[in-house]
Design a protein around this ligand. Structure first.
Ligand code: ADP
Length: 398
């Protein structure tokens, strides 16, 4: 009677113990699963973070600006080039394009994207300063169901290209203008000669002199233009060699003696014995242009002096000084631009092409030096340039 009862009690106790154990095991399993899940989540987050930062690095290394917008035109990503183009430093995430940039053309461009026209582009001018030109390409981002999820915009900076285009157009306009004046004078005088002026020898001689002067002006202009184009295209090969600066200055002074005397200008050569590494013909051209200007624009009855001295970094600084009217401060930086003249009438009257100093700058730069001017109004001007120095020549013992 007792045994069955005892067996039943033992069975119940065993079952209870087994249940307890299973519960614990189950709890342990759940715990392990939760920890594993947590770890997986952490790994996933880290992977996402890594992916995002890699993506950002790739986007930031692009030279074009990149902008990703969501369906409500809120910024989701802007790369570094974009931030630089629009000069924004603040965090742009979740701000709308119009809020963040105040460029009205952009929302309109995004709105113009449609299923028929999924990619649109437009040129954009940012008024600055500095004024900038951008080419903007925008395309829809579609989700799996081909619904519009957002927009990707790529900004390409066209500023340099536009500036180059503008400079080229200005150059062509300037050249045409410079050619037109002497040509129309030649044409006018030749027509008047043909109309009868040729029958009066005195008048004919005067007219022919004007024709010859203007033809010479055209020749000089074309020669200078060819030199500029050769210098700018990098086609001019320099025949570099050791050059005794003094031998060049003596030659230039001798060549300009007569011209200086005609304006009662005394030419002083104070260039010491220095050797530079240069193309002698090109350096002669530089000195000729500077001495010619100093005589032309300096004082009649004045003085023009050539000097040179060794400078830091193994350079020689050469200077051509006159005691003429000088140059206004605001013009100093612009003198070396093509066709820039302080006094247009004076330059043309003197047969100037407006290209002399631009040629000087290019030749000096091709030698690795630089050219500049200094002046005080009413007290003359000095034009400087530097060249690489080879050695200081010791004065010869006599
Ligand atoms: P240009 O053919 O007109 O002489 P340049 O390029 O040689 O052209 O010179 C540009 C301008 O710089 C000149 O038109 C002149 O106004 C100014 N300039 C050059 N040299 C001098 C100088 N020594 N003194 C005053 N003005 C000068």
């Amino acid at each position: 009677m007792m045994w069955p009862l005892l067996i039943a009690v033992v069975a119940v106790v065993a079952l209870l113990i087994a249940r307890q154990r299973w519960r614990k095991k189950l709890r342990d399993c759940q715990q392990t699963a939760a920890t594993e899940l947590e770890k997986l989540r952490g790994d996933q987050q880290e992977a996402m973070q890594q992916l995002r930062s890699r993506q950002q690095t790739v986007f930031d290394s692009m030279t074009d600006g990149l902008l990703l917008l969501d369906a409500h035109q809120r910024i989701q990503l802007a790369n570094r080039a974009f931030q630089q183009m629009f000069a924004v430093v603040a965090d742009l995430r979740n701000r709308t394009v119009i809020e963040a940039l105040r460029v009205h053309e952009l929302p309109a461009l995004v709105d113009s994207i449609s299923s028929e026209k999924p990619v649109v582009s437009q040129e954009l001018k940012l008024s600055g300063p500095p004024e900038r030109w951008l080419e903007v390409n925008a395309a829809a981002i579609l989700d799996g169901a081909r619904d519009r999820e957002g927009t990707i915009m790529v900004f390409h900076d066209l500023t340099r290209l536009k500036q180059f285009e503008r400079a080229r157009q200005e150059f062509i306009a300037n050249v045409s203008h410079e050619l037109r004046t002497p040509l129309s004078l030649i044409k006018g005088y030749v027509e008047t000669l043909l109309d009868g002026a040729k029958d009066n020898p005195e008048v004919a001689a005067k007219f022919l002199q004007t024709v010859a002067r203007n033809a010479e002006r055209l020749r000089l202009l074309i020669e200078d233009l060819l030199t500029i184009s050769e210098l700018e295209s990098g086609q001019m090969k320099l025949n570099l060699q050791p050059v005794a600066l003094r031998s060049v200055s003596e030659k230039v002074v001798a060549d300009f003696r007569a011209r200086a005397a005609a304006r009662h200008v005394s030419l002083n050569d104070e260039v010491p014995a220095l050797t530079v590494l240069a193309d002698p013909d090109r350096i002669e051209q530089v000195l000729c242009n500077l001495v010619d200007n100093a005589i032309k624009y300096g004082r009649s009855g004045g003085e023009v002096t050539l000097r040179a001295r060794p400078e830091e970094h193994d350079l020689v600084e050469v200077g051509v000084t006159d005691d003429g009217p000088g140059i206004p401060a605001e013009a100093l930086d612009r003198l070396f631009e093509r066709f820039y003249r302080v006094d247009k009438g004076r330059s043309r009257e003197q047969g100037g092409t407006g290209l002399g100093l631009s040629i000087v700058k290019h030749i000096v730069q091709n030698h690795g030096g630089k050219a500049w001017a200094a002046s005080e109004l009413g007290k003359g001007a000095t034009f400087y340039f530097t060249l690489p120095m080879l050695q200081r020549e010791e004065p010869r013992q006599s």
